[in-house]
Design a protein around this ligand. Structure first.
Ligand code: HEC
Length: 106
């Protein structure tokens, strides 16, 4: 009887831990995508709302994730020449680029 009681308690504690950790994991994912959304606001002036460009500047919403990451890294390192993107990419960390890719790309 005593054993059953403590087993139940262990199960309850484990269940609570599991729920707590999955909640904090989904909060982490939300933080990441809202960070991507905030960063994307800085791109909207040129690339259009959420990367849907209406002008001559390329749209970035339909780029595959890897291509967005590669392009931003190449702009940042100077490997890919550009007019403004080199300066913009220099202000982005790897985390920023990952958050942008999560938010913007397919
Ligand atoms: C001042 C305007 C401007 C802003 C702001 C801007 N871009 Fe750009 N972007 C450009 C231009 C212009 C190009 C074309 C390359 C060049 O001339 O630098 C470009 C090119 C790109 C490309 C390559 C597209 C392709 O099809 O290869 C990516 C990816 C990109 N930008 C991402 C971003 C992201 C992400 C942000 C926000 C952090 C951003 N840009 C902010 C003007 C801008």
């Amino acid at each position: 009887m005593r054993l059953e009681g403590s087993t139940t308690r262990v199960v309850i504690v484990l269940t609570l831990l599991l729920v707590a950790s999955s909640v904090s994991m989904s909060m982490a994912a939300d933080t990441h995508s809202s960070r991507g959304a905030a960063l994307m606001n800085a791109c909207a002036a040129c690339h259009g709302p959420d990367g849907h460009s209406q002008g001559a500047i390329p749209s970035i919403y339909a780029l595959p994730k890897e291509q967005l990451v590669d392009a931003l890294r190449a702009f940042r390192s100077g490997a890919r020449p550009g007019t403004v993107m080199n300066r913009i990419a220099k202000g982005l960390s790897d985390d920023d680029i990952a958050a942008l890719a999560m938010h913007a790309a397919r």
